[in-house]
Design a protein around this ligand. Structure first.
Ligand SMILES: O=C(O)C(=O)C[C@]1(C(=O)O)C=C[C@@H](O)C=C1
Length: 266
């Protein structure tokens, strides 16, 4: 799979402006896939295990589609890329293509917040982003079950990639001030690490820009300016404010907590 971060040399890969540029670019990817998903009703049935019978599986329909996609994509190197993490690590298959040699930019770690992301996606993000008239009037449409689950795969993968980019942000911040981070990590001071990686001004800018993008991308040129947007703009902002940014910070903190393992930092 393509890696949007330029890994050809480690200093570019870990430059904070470069990483932030990629985070901004990923906003477009996330928004695009959420807009695609929002054209279908919520279809809560597809998230309920057992509601749609699947031979030899107890998974919900949506989970089954995601797991099968991951099985396939694992064979074509998707999860070799250091910014891609599976939702179903147990589904990984042997590679069909020869492995790629990515330069080692990140410190070895097992941080993966995808289970929590998927839980929040189903219970909060999706109900918040689907348009309200669609929620009320188009409660279920079984003819869209496949389309909705397919759109979920793309949306979840884009969100996961954005959130796990936190590892590159954390590595960059660590390298710019190792002494501070080593002290906090050794003290297991997660709250202190969280405070050290937080930049409230950048977060405000992310949310302002996202509101403008959701409003713009959710409108067609020539459409009546008052017409409903293709996606719930407040829902999109809440998705980032309450879930995407907080989970990115969890990834940053947990990555840093593992950053000194096996090293002899003094
Ligand atoms: O850009 C950064 O410095 C990040 O750590 C990323 C991010 C975000 O998720 O957008 C998270 C924490 C910071 O407070 C600001 C922004």
């Amino acid at each position: 799979m393509d890696l949007v971060l330029d890994l050809s040399d480690a200093s570019t890969a870990l430059s904070l402006p470069h990483i932030r540029y990629q985070l901004i670019r990923l906003e477009d990817t996330v928004l695009y896939h959420i807009i695609e998903r929002a054209q279908f009703p919520l279809n809560a049935t597809i998230y309920e295990a057992g509601a749609i019978p699947i031979p030899n599986s107890h998974l919900s329909f949506s989970d089954w589609v995601l797991r099968e996609q991951e099985k396939l994509q694992s064979q074509i190197r998707r999860y070799q890329s250091p910014d891609e993490y599976p939702f179903f690590p147990d589904a990984m298959q042997p590679l069909l293509l020869p492995p790629l040699a990515y330069p080692k930019v990140l410190y070895p770690n097992d941080v993966n917040v995808n289970s929590e992301l998927k839980r929040r996606y189903v219970s909060n993000i999706l109900p918040g982003c689907c348009m309200k008239p669609a929620r009320a009037e188009r409660a279920e449409a079984q003819e869209n079950y496949g389309s909705a689950a397919t759109a979920d795969v793309s949306a979840l993968q884009a969100l996961s990639r954005r959130i796990h980019f936190g590892k590159f942000v954390a590595e960059s911040k660590f390298q710019s001030d190792p002494q501070t981070f080593i002290r906090l990590i050794k003290a297991e001071d997660r709250a202190g690490i969280d405070a050290a990686i937080t930049d409230a001004k950048v977060e405000r800018k992310v949310l302002e820009r996202l509101r403008m993008k959701a409003d713009m991308y959710g409108t067609d040129p020539g459409m009546n300016a008052e017409a409903p947007r293709k996606v719930d703009v407040d829902g999109v902002v809440a998705m980032y404010k309450d879930h995407v940014i907080p989970l990115t910070k969890v990834v940053e903190v947990e990555y840093l907590m593992q950053r000194l393992k096996g090293t002899e930092w003094e």
